[in-house]
Design a protein around this ligand. Structure first.
Ligand SMILES: C[S@@+](CC[C@H](N)C(=O)[O-])C[C@H]1O[C@@H](n2cnc3c(N)ncnc32)[C@H](O)[C@@H]1O
Length: 252
């Protein structure tokens, strides 16, 4: 079973199809707004966890000076194959030693929560840039018990371009005290009759941050919140439960 934070196998191959099936709003416009803001600095920006290039490619096409950084060779190859004009560095953020200061760094789509040592990485990010774009999710469904703990449940399925079916089941365990969520994903490839052709299980450890914990962490690491967008919607209602927070951070 995989325990690395990088995406591999069916998880890498089907990544974009499952995002599409979720019908969540795209972050492209939010990132585009952030990069257009003159306060976000000039010069090249770095996108950590750029994956298949799903968001990186349209941003590069829009004229932003942006390089991707991706730990998984499979994801990086998909990106370079489908969007060869978008530069990708294959490395983990933890091993990457930037040779210059970036105009800004982007970490959308919850990749930051895969880092086991958030304070250390926020400090490293602070040395690498003065402007950070970060999207975090809060696992309300898991915490409230809406999703059952310690048992497999059906997550969603997709129809593949070949007519075959890709199925995703999930099992999770949550530790409220330490703010950690362990999630296993079971990907199953089935033919048109429902016969199982391939099955793979992956495992991720995610950190999550209650509001006060996050504010304390940002203060300790010298980051100041310039803007906060909830649920990927700049017009979101103040009374809504906050599932995702997108933060524009600047050096204090
Ligand atoms: C949730 S996916 C998001 C991919 C992409 N940002 C998107 O929205 O389509 C997380 C991505 O981060 C990559 N990743 C995970 N840990 C990483 C690390 N430590 N350094 C660089 N990339 C990492 C994974 O391989 C995966 O491609």
């Amino acid at each position: 079973m995989e325990t690395r934070s990088g995406y591999h196998g069916l998880e890498a191959l089907w990544h974009d199809l499952f995002w599409e099936a979720e019908e969540a709003p795209s972050e492209v416009l939010l990132i585009d707004d952030f990069l257009q803001d003159k306060d976000a600095g000039d010069g090249e920006s770095l996108y950590i966890g750029s994956g298949s290039g799903r968001l990186l490619a349209p941003l590069v096409e829009a004229g932003h000076l942006l390089a991707g950084l991706e730990i998984s060779e499979e994801m990086a190859s998909l990106s370079l194959k489908n969007h060869p004009y978008a530069k990708v560095i294959t490395s983990s953020w933890q091993d990457y030693q930037p040779e210059k200061k970036y105009a800004s760094i982007l970490i959308p789509a919850f990749t930051f929560q895969l880092f086991p040592d958030p304070q250390k990485q926020l400090e490293r990010l602070r040395s690498a840039t003065d402007h950070l774009y970060l999207t975090l999710f809060f696992p309300w469904a898991e915490l409230s018990g809406d999703l059952p703990q310690n048992q497999w449940y059906f997550d969603r399925s997709i129809q593949l371009p070949t007519g075959e079916i890709g199925e995703l089941e999930t099992r999770h365990k949550i530790k409220e005290q330490t703010g950690s969520l362990t999630r296993q994903h079971r990907y199953t490839l089935k033919d048109k009759t429902g016969r199982i052709l391939r099955q793979e299980t992956t495992r991720q450890s995610l950190r999550f941050f209650p509001d006060a914990t996050l504010k304390k962490l940002l203060k300790k690491t010298d980051w100041q919140i310039r803007k906060e967008i909830h649920n990927l919607d700049p017009e979101s209602d103040h009374d809504d439960l906050i599932y995702t927070a997108t933060l524009h951070l600047s050096a204090q």
